[in-house]
Ligand binder design. Structure first.
Ligand code: NAD
Length: 289
């Protein structure tokens, strides 16, 4: 049976630490503040934004909550971002993705000042990450690396296989895993990979970030491997009040029996994403001292 990686507990410790840093900054007259912008009312996005705002309040930080209607134009959104870029009391700016289809996400991400890019999605942040220079690291990949270190899972010399090549998970994660302090050998699988199980079966560390419920079955996993499930999929379930349950990309019940470590969904990677965001906000506010 796999060791269950308790992302919720590990994230709670990171958030507590961010709270202590916040107190120190406050004693110097700075209250870390994150502006959270949500366009539209996508239910998953509303729930993520609510979680982030709750975490800010718990850590003693300020949250500037901006909820805009789905019909908001790109120009209007850019104007809000420009205002927040110029506001010295706002240290971080987060625009919840995805945006409605009439808004160009790249243009929005690039409009955020790199100094306030606590999501780590701006090309300047991405460039700094790839080059190993100081800068904001994207929260989900950074949270995954944090989990591996915290659980003392051997990464040096390990073969890490990532399912998914998105800009927010797969690509940045591959970059963090090949850093010298992690030292893994990385394979990225994606929709163009004919049979990804060829690679996943060799993985000492398998990270599933495809957004497909139950994609990874027990037969695709090397016994004893560390399995990190990034997927958050809403699967219809009439027996639930909400009408759905959250499922990861991994067939948890089957894989748990043979893996060495596994993250649950919910309660694994998700809480780490928020915790790493809190760290980045503290860092952004600290940079202004
Ligand atoms: P995305 O749709 O942008 O990317 C998915 C990637 O998976 C693509 O690169 C695609 O090539 C690959 N893929 C899809 N189906 C595949 C298949 N059958 N075989 C091989 N590769 C396949 O998604 P994303 O934004 O990277 O998110 C992925 C999942 O992670 C989603 O479920 C999302 O909700 C979740 N997520 C969770 C967190 C968190 O904090 N827990 C954060 C970000 C994303």
């Amino acid at each position: 049976m796999a060791i269950i990686i308790d992302g919720k507990a590990i994230a709670a410790r990171v958030r507590e630490d961010a709270g202590l840093c916040t107190q120190k900054l406050k004693s110097r007259g700075i209250t870390p503040c994150l502006a959270v912008i949500l366009v539209g009312d996508n239910p998953a996005s509303v729930s993520y934004v609510t979680g982030k705002e709750k975490a800010l309040a718990e850590a003693g930080m300020d949250g500037r909550d901006l909820r805009l209607p789905a019909a908001t134009s790109e120009a209007e959104l850019l104007a809000h971002i420009a205002k927040m870029n110029d506001d010295d009391t706002v240290h971080g700016i987060l625009v919840q993705l995805p945006l409605p289809p009439h808004i160009n996400e790249d243009r929005i991400i690039q409009a955020i000042s790199p100094k306030k890019d606590v999501d780590g999605f701006h090309p300047v942040s991405v460039g700094n990450m790839v080059l190993g220079r100081p800068g904001f690291l994207p929260c989900t990949p950074n949270g995954i690396v944090y989990l591996l270190k915290e659980m003392k899972i051997k990464t040096a010399g390990a073969h890490a296989v990532i399912l998914g090549r998105s800009n927010i998970v797969g690509k940045p994660l591959a970059n963090l895993l090949i850093r010298r302090d992690v030292n893994a050998t990385v394979t990225i699988c994606h929709t163009g990979t004919p049979d990804f199980s060829v690679y996943t079966k060799q993985a000492d560390i398998l990270i599933a970030a495809a957004g497909k419920p139950g994609l990874v079955s027990a037969g695709m996993v090397k016994p004893g491997a560390a399995v990190i499930d990034v997927g958050v999929n809403r699967v219809p379930d009439a027996s639930k009040k909400s009408g759905f349950i959250l499922r990861g990309d991994v067939d948890y019940d089957a894989v748990e029996k043979t893996a060495g470590w596994i993250t649950p969904v919910p309660g694994g990677v998700g809480p780490m994403t928020i915790a790493m965001l809190m760290r980045n906000v503290v860092e952004a506010a600290g940079n202004t001292v």
